[in-house]
Design a protein around this ligand. Structure first.
Ligand code: SF4
Length: 308
């Protein structure tokens, strides 16, 4: 995955080391390149039609594109992101998604992700939202993106109108890692999404040398709450090849989250989770308020995983 980041990010990278670390190729990637699984969430084996993944029964993930404006070096979908041809979705794929959803009314929630869904052209973006929201059993749409951080101009009027047209609630999950990502352009973009009727939440990943300290995360989560983005999840970094050097110490992460839980407004404090390595759920990590053996945990399907 060697792709150029956006101009907006290039500017941020100049002034902030914590931003640079997320996107610059590092020699450390070669050192840990044999560790982990390139598809840690086992998405490929749950693909029900091209580009659509159903792991949980009542909600599906639609990968609208493999393109992204960010190209984070720790991306969970490194195997796919930037492989633009393999991940290309057109109107006929979306028609196929709609047929699957119509035949499977137990699915009530659609999560549109990628890559970054805001990078596709306005026509495809609008078609996806219009068609998916027309399926009567679909009650909630979600969009996962980093565009407000990586390239705010991608969130343009046409895409905002497409969001506005959807009758169901549209939740937009924005990926943030560091308070320096909350720029003026990002705040404007967040306001535009709110004005279009979207409900905003954030997702973050604990990253060694980027945000694995109390004050950085305190500032990030407080800043997000204050611009109208509810901090939702912070993940332990997935063990994917080439990203092992981003994984911070588990005990340190728990300690930081315990202190944040103690001091942040409840609304500003996200849930700290491990995404189980076989894709069987986001398991909350116990904080230090409880005595807990954190050397292993059990996923949603009862399988045990070691953390060490
Ligand atoms: S923004 Fe998301 S999809 Fe894009 S590279 Fe980063 S983690 Fe991957």
């Amino acid at each position: 995955m060697l792709q150029k980041t956006s101009e907006h990010l290039e500017d941020l990278m100049v002034c902030e080391l914590a931003i640079r670390r997320q996107f610059e190729v590092s020699a450390l990637e070669l050192e840990d390149s044999f560790v982990g699984n390139s598809d840690p969430l086992r998405e490929k084996e749950h693909e029900v039609v091209p580009g659509m993944i159903n792991k949980y029964g009542n909600r599906v993930l639609c990968l609208l594109t493999a393109e992204c404006a960010a190209y984070c070096r720790f991306c969970t979908r490194r195997r796919l992101v930037s492989d633009v041809e393999r991940g290309r979705i057109d109107h006929s794929h979306i028609d196929e998604w709609v047929r699957y959803l119509s035949a499977n009314p137990q699915v009530r929630e659609v999560i549109i992700s990628g890559g970054d869904p805001f990078i596709v052209d306005n026509d495809l973006f609008g078609y996806a939202l219009d068609q998916l929201s027309c399926v009567p059993s679909i009650k909630v749409l979600r969009i996962g993106t980093r565009a407000p951080v990586s390239s705010p101009s991608l969130v343009n009027c046409c895409k905002l109108h497409a969001i506005q047209r959807v009758e169901q609630p549209v939740y937009v999950g924005i990926h943030f890692e560091h308070p320096a990502e909350i720029t003026r352009a990002t705040v404007r973009c967040v306001k535009d999404l709110i004005n279009a009727g979207a409900i905003l939440y954030s997702q973050s990943v604990f990253l060694y040398g980027v945000n694995d300290d109390y004050q950085t995360l305190y500032d990030l989560f407080t800043g997000l709450l204050e611009i109208g983005v509810r901090p939702y999840y912070i993940y332990r970094c997935d063990p994917i090849p080439g990203a092992g050097h981003f994984q911070a110490d588990l005990d340190k992460e728990r300690h930081i989250m315990t202190e944040l839980r103690r001091n942040l407004s409840g609304l500003a404090c996200p849930t700290y989770v491990i995404d189980a390595p076989d894709g069987s759920g986001k398991v909350p990590v116990p904080l230090e308020f409880w005595q807990a053996d954190t050397t292993s945990y059990t996923d949603f399907e009862g399988r045990e995983h070691r953390t060490e």
